[in-house]
Design a protein around this ligand. Structure first.
Ligand SMILES: [Zn+2]
Length: 101
């Protein structure tokens, strides 16, 4: 079996080819991995959400699907925000009441 990993990843900013395995994992949740990437050519940073797709009916090939977004945060900032607790109603009310003062 061919274990080669084909990538068709290009930087959304400079369009040069890059490699997914140079990123740092930020989070693994619900079958998806969030990876922080930095283009080695133009230094643009982006987050990639990578998940496996269903196997093809004919050749049983699994594929990876990736959705990306640009960010101006560094890895530490992104990692910190991913590991915070979700906002609660009390958090929202606290901000609201402090804005009224
Ligand atoms: Zn680039």
């Amino acid at each position: 079996m061919d274990k080669r990993v084909d990538t068709n990843l290009h930087c959304p900013v400079c369009k040069k080819q890059r490699f997914w395995y140079t990123g740092k994992i930020v989070s693994k949740r619900n079958g998806a991995i969030i990876v922080y990437n930095k283009c080695p050519h133009c230094q643009s940073a982006f987050l990639s959400a990578i998940a496996g797709s269903q196997s093809d009916y004919n050749n049983n090939v699994k594929r990876l699907v990736s959705v990306e977004t640009l960010t101006d945060c560094n890895y530490e900032e992104v990692s910190k925000s991913f590991h915070k607790q979700p906002l609660t109603v009390d958090d929202v009310l606290s901000v609201y009441t402090s804005l009224l003062k």
